[in-house]
Write a protein that binds this ligand. Sequence first.
Ligand SMILES: C[S@@+](CC[C@H](N)C(=O)[O-])C[C@H]1O[C@@H](n2cnc3c(N)ncnc32)[C@H](O)[C@@H]1O
Length: 313
Amino acid sequence: MGVNMTNTDKMNTAQKVVIYGCGLYGRGLLFPLICQYGKTVIAYVDKDEKLWGSDYRGVPVKAPEELKQMDYDLVLISVNHPVMIEEIKEELRRLDVSGEKVCEIMPDIRYLDLFYDQRIYWIQDYARWIYEKGIQGNVAECGVFKGDSAKFLNKFFPDRKLYLFDTFEGFSDLDLKAEKELGNEEFNNSVFANTPIFDETSVSFVMKKMTYPGNVIVKKGYFPDSANGVEDKFCFINLDMDLYVPMLSALRFFWDKVEPGGAVILHDYFKPELPGVKEAVAVFEKEHLEKEGHGINKVPVGDGCSIVLLKDM
Ligand SMILES: C[S@@+](CC[C@H](N)C(=O)[O-])C[C@H]1O[C@@H](n2cnc3c(N)ncnc32)[C@H](O)[C@@H]1O
């Protein structure tokens, strides 16, 4: 193998890995790389000098220049924005890192294979539980992007309707403005606040991934407006819209429509860059407590990122 190695080849042959980027994606990659892929992660490198000298779960975070002193097989670029990937590659060339030792997650290593496995297994098990318990209702996802979690929902619930809510054009300017006004520095400095990251998708692209396309009802547009007229009951909802305003709207819209024993999973609850998700849950719980006189059962999912709200049986 040589200069024409694909990213997958590089991943398969490497043992000692440096993750470039200790942000959202890089941190999420650590356990899958170690536990599923059996790699040794020797360090993170990151341009953010505030991180230099710190560690993430015991893995040191260093300056990219320190690659010169490191013994590694692969630098895994853990961002998925094309412009940033090119900038990082350019910097690695400047640091004399051989192209054979540079791997980007996109496009030919499926990001979800690395990052989301734990959540997907959890959803699969919960679907089994729903069938075993005879819980009725349909399934919905708010925040679909390229359909990489929607395709699993479609597969795991073969006899349920699957509603897919997304603008399919990325965040709305209004939601983004509201999020920035929350004044959270981690969010305001993050890629979510400063780059259009979810606009490269389409309904037809997503639909090609579905095992049972006849079950899918696409609701393209701004949520919650796109949910007007939806009166179904639901057994499982995946909320993944990242921001405070739509996540709170979704909790308010769906919770009373969830069947006993059903679940609402919220991605990004534990992600510091997306504090609006935790805030939305807190506000919704307070409203629920005032209205119903009791709280809502919620537990972490185990993917380092998501929480689930459980409807009492
Ligand atoms: C993190 S992505 C979803 C990722 C997807 N669940 C996956 O696993 O690949 C967030 C999505 O939420 C959508 N979104 C955010 N706010 C929205 C709103 N108010 N209405 C509709 N879609 C929205 C964005 O367009 C984006 O595609």
